[in-house]
Write a protein that binds this ligand. Structure first.
Ligand SMILES: NC(=O)c1ccc[n+]([C@@H]2O[C@H](COP(=O)([O-])OP(=O)(O)OC[C@H]3O[C@@H](n4cnc5c(N)ncnc54)[C@H](O)[C@@H]3O)[C@@H](O)[C@H]2O)c1
Length: 343
């Protein structure tokens, strides 16, 4: 299909109150004066309307509280919109190990509900936001889009199911689906269960930093705005239906290297590091080849990791009002259950 006029689209962004979705919504509204964006979000523990305050008075933006697995709500929204970007997911690997059921329900079944409604109502483009974790661990080199999917935990397995279910709607029903598989994102507004915001906020509070196993597991770290730019580029490009695009920044660092950088930026002591029992099935390394998206849209990551991390650390330091309320109650209970008392 020809290019999509994204600037005039009426887009449903599921999971738009989460970390990446909220950055995506703000970027789409800032870049396209005539776009309409409706966020569909269940507001789980990870969803936060404070992530969207900058746009909540914007007449081009609407918010609907609801579950992507609720066919009635999804059907209604699909009647009046022409693009779907599916960010909604349970996204924390550790939680998926404790309790996989909700991951299957949201990440897989919820995606099915969205795909069905998209098919029924002739949605013009459906973006399935997948992850590099679907490849499983990549011990050497880089996985390109044809590499086998070998997910090893319930989160990545649910995402892999959704990723291929989305593709099957293209292959079977000719639905205009495109899939992206991004590496680890970092930036502002990330829920502090994830590595970088957890370690930054713990260090700010003088609390210990729990490092799994040896701390030698590596990830590719990409700034969330680089990811969102890649997604907007793919959503608007021609002939992407049925295609899959890796998105990554080739910033490969292990956990200890990230921890060291955070401590250095904040001027805190390495004595805060605590080694804790490794996560079961912890993938040692992810790495993706990104030649395909670069050739297709000319996209490339623009933010250096050094600057991006410094700005991110500064954002958490400047915005305790965003993360302090989150890191109490249930968060604290789960944190203690996961890592124990680290004092
Ligand atoms: N964070 C990363 O590094 C990364 C990397 C690659 C891909 N992804 C994918 O990007 C997407 C967004 O990730 P994130 O880090 O922003 O996650 P997040 O946990 O910060 O946000 C998820 C959002 O989805 C909402 N949600 C959860 N279940 C829902 C449901 N059933 N119905 C409607 N809304 C629901 C939550 O309320 C929350 O607002 C996910 O699909 C994730 O798999 C994330």
């Amino acid at each position: 299909m020809a290019k999509l006029d994204l600037g005039r689209s009426r887009m449903v962004v599921t999971g738009g109150a989460g970390f990446i979705g909220s950055h995506f919504v703000k970027m789409a509204l800032a870049r396209f004066p005539d776009i309409r964006v409706t966020v569909l979000d269940k507001l789980t523990y990870a969803g936060n309307l404070a992530n969207l305050v900058e746009v909540d008075q914007d007449p081009r933006y609407a918010f609907v509280k609801g579950d992507i697995a609720d066919a009635k709500i999804v059907d209604e929204l699909s009647k009046t919109h022409d693009v779907v970007a599916n960010f909604a997911a349970e996204s924390f690997v550790d939680k998926s190990i404790d309790d996989p059921g909700q991951f299957v329900l949201t990440d897989m079944y919820g995606t099915y509900v969205l795909l069905e409604a998209a098919r029924k109502h002739g949605i013009k483009r459906f973006l399935q936001v997948s992850t590099d974790e679907v490849y499983g661990e990549v011990l050497e080199g880089e996985a390109d889009e044809k590499a086998p999917l070998m997910p090893r935990n319930p989160y990545s397995a649910s995402k892999a199911g959704a990723d291929r279910l989305a593709y099957s709607y293209f292959a079977t029903y000719d639905s205009p689906v495109v899939v992206t598989r991004a590496s680890n994102n970092y930036g502002s507004h990330q829920y502090p269960e994830k590595l970088i915001p957890l370690f930054v906020t713990n260090a700010l509070e003088g609390e210990p930093l729990p490092v799994y196993g040896s701390g030698k597991n590596t990830r590719d770290w990409m700034h969330v705005e680089d990811h969102c730019e890649a997604l907007l580029g793919i959503l608007g490009a021609d002939d992407v239906e049925g295609e899959t695009y890796n998105v990554g920044a080739a910033n490969e660092y292990d956990v200890l290297a990230i921890t060291g950088r955070i401590l250095k930026i904040l001027g805190k002591s390495p004595d805060l590091i605590r080694y804790v029992k490794d996560r079961p099935g912890h993938d040692r390394r992810y790495a993706v080849a990104t030649a395909k998206i670069r050739a297709k849209t000319g996209w490339q990551p623009r933010r250096s990791f050094e600057q991006g991390l410094e700005q991110t650390v500064k954002w958490y330091a400047d915005n305790p009002g965003w993360w302090k309320p989150i890191k109490s109650g249930d968060f604290k209970r789960e944190y203690l259950a996961r890592y124990g008392s680290l004092k």
